[in-house]
Ligand binder design. Structure first.
Ligand SMILES: Cc1cc2nc3c(=O)[nH]c(=O)nc-3n(C[C@H](O)[C@H](O)[C@H](O)COP(=O)(O)O)c2cc1C
Length: 482
């Protein structure tokens, strides 16, 4: 079932016992730290913060909402019992069909219009925006957000997740890495000496939000893509100020203009970024001047702060990314048995694939494809290929392969000058100063060598048949298995 808004997703998660309400936490670091505590629990609940210190009851924040298999399955309408690689399989089945755009439909009004503030009524401090991490340069209202913009030449509507900091009652900043679709669009307005209009949605249902931080092709609107995945169009209303399309059921929307650089700037950052560090520091950024705020009664702010833990906000993103990569890999290389991106590796940094080797060079071919493929290449530091009898989502299997099927001198290659980011912690100061954000990539093939695979020693693990029969006969009695 597709959810029409964030609150119906939260309600359903609560009914399933997947949500925990936290009363009375402080926006200043406490909400961030409670969110971080949850990241180490495989069955952690989604967190719903209410009665935030100094704020009225009903002004809520949600975090850790896509950090477990069950929550991801619920949000993406996949089987709730699917775990890890099975969840990736279910997702890749869902996106297997050829994409056919389902454009949004415009409605006259919607719940997001319940409260509209303009002029002196605009106050970004109305919301209990957290200061998420100790060294953050301020409070970040946009972490689980999407920024809606329209290309001035083509009319294409893009939605992207770019962090948003609060600097005053009507002043914010939007941080876009160079080359993001939103950055390309705003530079077109700026080249004409004009501010760039934008609507920042801070609270939408998680499938729509997930499209905003996925690398959807140029000229394809995330609205059309989300409509296709949902099997029904997203309902949109026109923003009061920008007339940009915004989800009718959004929780909070900030409308305004990104001022051209050099006109009005403020220092942005540092911020706890996705690699798990404050790597890009602080720098002057053009301001986003807020012209209207729209919000629902009792609004819920969606929070997806980058943090470090095995079940962090990358969990859902990496399930999605693994499915997309696996589908594409399958079209190019035979025998692929699985693809996994461990979120412990921080986002896209480590990709593990398993393959049933059929010819010499097959495993390396798998790695080579991943190395250059658009959805896999960005900031990918290690590619590990293991045999198809092993599960790439199982750390035990992966480490076993590294420990027993890999001779470093023979099976590790290093590629230099790969596609990177200023957020990379390993950029030496000189390289950073020269704006050379490239990095190297380690390609590790931890597979039985193809040309003497038949002589490779058999494993001591019991055969699947023996283990299945033994489990059925003895598992319950000896180990209490179901
Ligand atoms: C929680 C989260 C926060 C993100 N923050 C930023 C950000 O501050 N700046 C940025 O350029 N990209 C950020 N990204 C990555 C972009 O959202 C992602 O690259 C997306 O594809 C951008 O949209 P675009 O391809 O339409 O430009 C973030 C992703 C996530 C999941």
């Amino acid at each position: 079932m597709a959810f029409n808004d964030l609150r119906s997703f939260v309600k359903r998660a609560d009914e399933l016992g997947l949500c925990k309400t936290v009363e009375g936490a402080d926006w200043h670091l406490e909400i961030g730290a409670i969110t971080e505590l949850g990241l180490h629990k495989p069955k952690q609940p989604m967190l719903l913060f209410d009665n935030v210190k100094g704020y009225p009851s009903g002004y809520r924040i949600v975090s850790n909402f896509l950090n477990t298999c069950k929550l991801v399955a619920l949000a993406f309408d996949l089987p709730l019992e699917a775990e890890n690689l099975d969840l990736v399989r279910a997702w890749r089945d869902k996106i297997q069909a050829e994409f056919s755009p389902v454009p949004p439909v415009e409605v006259k009004t919607g719940p997001v219009m319940e409260n509209v503030h303009v002029g002196d009524d605009i106050d970004l401090y109305e919301f209990p925006t957290p200061k998420w991490h100790e060294l953050d340069g301020g409070r970040y209202i946009g972490t689980g957000n999407m920024v809606v913009q329209q290309d001035p030449d083509t009319g294409w509507v893009n939605c992207g997740t770019y962090r948003v900091a609060v600097h005053g009652r009507d002043i914010a900043t939007v941080y876009m890495s160079p080359g993001r679709h939103g950055d390309v669009m705003r530079k077109k307005y700026w080249a004409q000496g004009k501010p760039c209009p934008a609507a920042i949605v801070c609270g939408s249902e998680p499938l729509m939000w997930s499209m905003a931080h996925s690398a959807i092709a140029r000229e394809v609107s995330e609205y059309d893509y989300a409509g296709w995945l949902r099997g029904e169009p997203v309902e949109i209303v026109r923003g009061e100020y920008t007339k940009l399309p915004i989800p009718a059921t959004a929780e909070i929307v900030l409308e305004g203009e990104m001022m051209p650089p050099g006109t009005e700037t403020v220092p942005e950052g540092p911020f706890g970024e996705w690699p798990g560090y404050y790597a890009s520091g602080a720098r002057d950024e053009p301001i986003f001047r807020v012209k209207s705020i729209m919000h629902r009664n009792n609004p819920i702010l969606l929070g997806a702060p980058p943090q470090v833990g095995p079940y962090d906000m990358f969990f859902g993103k990496n399930i999605m990314r693994a499915g997309i990569i696996w589908n594409e890999l399958d079209k190019n290389v035979p025998g692929i048995k699985g693809v996994w991106l461990p979120c412990e590796g921080r986002g896209p940094s480590i990709i593990i694939a398993s393959v049933d080797q059929k010819y010499a060079g097959h495993a390396k071919q798998t790695a080579n494809f991943l190395s250059g493929y658009y959805q896999a290449a960005y900031m990918c530091r290690f590619i590990i290929v293991i045999d198809g009898d092993l599960d790439p989502s199982n750390f035990g299997d992966v480490l076993w392969a590294l420990g027993t099927r890999c001779d470093p001198a023979e099976n590790i290659d290093v590629l230099k000058g790969c596609w990177g980011t200023p957020l990379d912690t390993m950029l030496p100061p000189g390289k950073r100063a020269n704006k050379d954000f490239s990095h190297s990539q380690g390609i590790i093939v931890a597979c039985r060598p193809f040309y003497w695979m038949n002589e490779f020693p058999p494993t001591v693990k019991g055969s699947p048949e023996l283990m299945k029969a033994t489990k059925e006969k003895w598992g319950k009695e000896v180990f209490g298995d179901d």
